[in-house]
Design a protein around this ligand. Structure first.
Ligand SMILES: Nc1ncnc2c1ncn2[C@@H]1O[C@H](COP(=O)(O)OP(=O)(O)OP(=O)(O)O)[C@@H](O)[C@H]1O
Length: 354
């Protein structure tokens, strides 16, 4: 049992540099948590606090119920995989993978068994006598993963392990990672700014911005019910349409059209409407808010087309994703916003309205 608990963690480097602000998160055994956010939002600092490479200014780190906040990194039984692989260049693959076990004076037979098991899982068994300089980027990252897995730590920490790989390799190693960690019954904390990695690998995602935890939820919930405007705009590609509208009574006004607002005790003067491009259809549909507009740009993605439409009576643009074989006539088109996929946010705070 090695449940990881972060309680009100804060890290301040200087009066105006506070990359981790009051973060509370729990990661259960076997749970895969991803820290997702833009560059500089504090992901790596939070990971380093868990590893013990940084000391928190405030708050507590607990592993398996034990407070480890002031325990040095070497005594936490944590394994960390870095984006830079951090392999020893003069050692063979076998020596790199087994180095930590040798230090722990584990018998040679046991070391060989563990290295064989893990290298088979990762398809590295034919590379054991090579040195890191004789490996490709993807193979080096697999060696770094093997070194982490073979140690049997209480917790796995991974800091952007795929970011040095090209797009194709990223996909392959991502699938390997998913399979590997599905069979591990340990907490995993994974840092990335790549939302596809976060969505495909995680049980839970913690979205961070400017040191604050914006939302902690399953990938599905983050996508379908973003807690605020930041999460709505950060997760999803192409990005969710987010437009600021004036309110009139229980409606929001979009050009020549009025869209029903959710019922609230006090109506705001303005709101932000969010809708994903794939949640807008071409033409009239019964379950949609139908509006007309001027189609002024078509971007071809191969499988789909992304249309940019200026709404009649306004200068607001909505982007609409349609299947590549969908056709239309002329530049004046009708689109429908699927009612149950509308998201509403407060202008002042960015928080979700309902
Ligand atoms: N040792 C340090 N001393 C002072 N400031 C630091 C230190 N480490 C990190 N920072 C600052 O803290 C902020 C967050 O950095 P961090 O590396 O945690 O972000 P990140 O989300 O991991 O970014 P990236 O995706 O670019 O790696 C940055 O502004 C960074 O400059």
């Amino acid at each position: 049992m090695a449940k990881l608990e972060l309680q009100n963690l804060r890290k301040q480097f200087a009066p105006s540099v506070v990359p981790v602000k009051d973060i509370t998160i729990e990661v259960e055994d076997g749970e895969f948590l991803t820290l997702l956010g833009p560059s500089g939002c504090g992901k790596s600092t939070l990971l380093r606090l868990i590893a013990g490479l940084e000391q928190p200014t405030q708050g507590k780190v607990t592993i398996g119920g034990k407070n480890v906040t002031s325990v040095p990194p070497g005594k936490r039984n944590i394994s960390m995989v870095f984006q830079s692989y951090a392999l020893y260049p003069h050692m063979t693959v076998f020596e790199n993978i087994s180095a930590a076990l040798k230090l722990r004076k584990i018998p040679r037979e046991e070391i060989e068994k563990r290295v064989n098991d893990v290298t088979q899982k990762l398809g590295l068994e034919h590379l054991l006598t090579r040195k890191p300089g004789q490996l490709s980027g993807g193979q080096r990252q697999r060696v770094a993963l093997a070194r982490s897995l073979v140690r049997d730590p209480d917790i796995f920490l991974l800091d952007e392990p795929l970011s040095n790989l090209d797009a194709l390799l990223r996909e392959q190693v991502r699938a390997d990672l998913k399979q590997l960690f599905e069979t591990q019954n340990k907490p995993v904390v994974y840092v990335t700014h790549d939302q596809i990695e976060a969505m495909t690998l995680s049980d839970k995602i913690a979205v961070l911005c400017d040191g604050y935890l914006q939302q902690l939820a399953s990938p599905h919930e983050i996508y379908t019910a973003p807690a605020n405007k930041f999460v709505a705009g950060f997760v999803g590609s192409p990005q969710m349409n987010l437009i600021t509208l004036d309110c009139q009574g229980n409606h929001a006004v979009l050009g020549d059209y009025k869209i029903f607002l959710p019922q609230l005790k006090t109506q705001p003067h303005q709101v932000i409407l969010g809708i994903r491009p794939e949640d807008i259809s071409l033409g009239d549909i019964e379950t949609g808010e139908t509006i007309a507009g001027h189609l002024f740009l078509v971007e071809d993605f191969g499988k789909e087309k992304l249309l940019s439409v200026r709404v009649n009576g306004s200068d607001q643009t909505l982007r609409v994703m349609v299947p590549a074989d969908r056709t239309w006539e002329g530049e004046m088109i009708t689109i429908s916003l699927i009612k149950k996929q509308l998201h509403w946010f407060y202008v002042e705070t960015g928080d979700r309205l309902n």
